[in-house]
Design a protein around this ligand. Structure first.
Ligand SMILES: Nc1ncnc2c1ncn2[C@@H]1O[C@H](COP(=O)(O)OP(=O)(O)O)[C@@H](O)[C@H]1O
Ligand SMILES: [Mg+2]
Length: 318
C-alpha cells in the first residue's frame, strides 16, 4: 500500500477574477520509506496539494489517501499518519517551546511524551530553548519548533513545505541531518523546496508541477540522465549569435549552454568566435537538477520520456 496516494486531484478556487484551476488532475503515489521531492515554480500548486493532503483544504474532485486512509472520510486516521510542517509560520506566542510541544502531543491524545520531546529538541538544536517563549525566538528557531511540532506523534509520513525558505545554512544542515536520519529509520518524506541542489542531494524520486499538472515524474537519477548531459559555461561581454542566445541561460556575463558532447562544445565555441565574440573562463560541467528543471519548465525536454512523462519509471520500462 502506498504511503501517500493522489488520484486525479483537482482544485479550483473562486477568485474575484473567476475560477482559478490550481490543480488539474494530479495523480501519483509515494511508497513507504521514499524521500520524495515535489518541485515547481511559485504558484504551481504545491502548497495546495499539501493542504489537501493535510485536510486543510478540500479537493474539488479526486481522492487522497495516507496509508490507505482517505483524508476526508477517514480524516483522524489519515492525520495521525502525517506530520506536516507548513510553509507559513503560525504560533501561539504565549507558550514556551516545551509547552507548545506538549499541547500538540495532547491533540493526538499522547500524554507523558517528554522523552520523545527531549529527543526532538536535541536533534533540532533546540535543547537550550525549551523554556523560551515562542515570541522570543528568531524566525529560524521558530521554524525548528514547527518541525518538532509536526513530529510529536511520530508520524510515519513527514511533509515539509519549503522548510528552508529564508533560513540560514546551519539550520538547513541540522534539519537535513535530522530528517535524513528519520528517513533512514523508515519514515516517508515528502518535501517541497526551491533549493534544487537540496532536492538533488536528498530525494530519490521527484515530481515536477507546472500550472497544476505533473510534467515530470521519475527517479532523480533518471531525471538527470534524461537532460542534456553537459553544460558549457563561459564568460563574455559580447553579443551571442541569435540561435545560441535563444538556448542560453545568461546571468550577467556568464553564459550557459547545453552541450551533449565534445563536438557540440567545438561547434558552439566556433560559432561564438565567428560572431566576433570572446569567450573566457571556459568550463564544462555535468547537468544538474536546475538544468533539468529549466528544461522541463520551458518545455525543452518535452520529447524526453523519462523527464516529460507523468508515469512512474516502472511503467515506462514495462
Ligand atoms: N486560498 C486561495 N484562494 C485563491 N487562490 C489561491 C488560494 N491558495 C492558492 N491560490 C492560487 O492557487 C495557485 C497555486 O498556489 P500554491 O498552491 O500556493 O502554489 P505553490 O505552493 O506551488 O507556490 C496560485 O495561483 C495561487 O495564487
Ligand atoms: Mg507553496
Amino acid at each position: 500500500m502506498p504511503a501517500v496516494s493522489f488520484q486525479n486531484v483537482s482544485k479550483s478556487y473562486r477568485t474575484a477574477r473567476g475560477e482559478l484551476q490550481a490543480l488539474k488532475g494530479v495523480s501519483f503515489d509515494i511508497e513507504p520509506g521514499e524521500f520524495f521531492g515535489l518541485l515547481g515554480p511559485n504558484g504551481a500548486g504545491k502548497t495546495t496539494l499539501i493542504s489537501i493532503l493535510a485536510g486543510l483544504a478540500r479537493a474539488s474532485s479526486g481522492a487522497v489517501r495516507v496509508h490507505g486512509h482517505d483524508v476526508r472520510q477517514d480524516y483522524a486516521a489519515a492525520r495521525r499518519h502525517l506530520g506536516v510542517v507548513p510553509q507559513e509560520l503560525v504560533f501561539d506566542p504565549f507558550f514556551s517551546v516545551r509547552e507548545t510541544l506538549r499541547i500538540q502531543s495532547g491533540y493526538f491524545g499522547i500524554r507523558h511524551n517528554d522523552a520523545w520531546i527531549d529527543e526532538l529538541l536535541d536533534g533540532l538544536g533546540l535543547a537550550d530553548k525549551a523554556g523560551a517563549n515562542m515570541r522570543q525566538l528568531s524566525g529560524g528557531m521558530k521554524r525548528r519548533v514547527l518541525v518538532a511540532q509536526a513530529l510529536v506523534h511520530k508520524p510515519p509520513v513527514i511533509v515539509l513545505d519549503e522548510p528552508t525558505a529564508g533560513v540560514d545554512v546551519e539550520l538547513r544542515q541540522t534539519l537535513w541531518q535530522f530528517v535524513s536520519q528519520l528517513n533512514r529509520q523508515g519514515s516517508t518524506v515528502l518535501l517541497t523546496t526551491h533549493y534544487l541542489e537540496e532536492a538533488e542531494a536528498l530525494c530519490g524520486r521527484i515530481a515536477m508541477l507546472k500550472q497544476g499538472q505533473v510534467v515530470a515524474l521519475a527517479t532523480t537519477s533518471d531525471l538527470l540522465r534524461g537532460a542534456s548531459s553537459n553544460v558549457l559555461r563561459f564568460k563574455t561581454d559580447d553579443a551571442l549569435p541569435p540561435d545560441l542566445a535563444a538556448q542560453a541561460r545568461v546571468t550577467g556575463r556568464v553564459v550557459q549552454l547545453p552541450a551533449q558532447n565534445a563536438l557540440d562544445v567545438e561547434r558552439i565555441l566556433a560559432r561564438v568566435r565567428e560572431a566576433g565574440a570572446t569567450a573566457e573562463d571556459i568550463e564544462i560541467r555535468k547537468a544538474d537538477l536546475e538544468d533539468v528543471f529549466l528544461e522541463v519548465m520551458t518545455g525543452a525536454a518535452a520529447s524526453t520520456a523519462a523527464v516529460a512523462s507523468p508515469l512512474p519509471t516502472e511503467e515506462l520500462k514495462a
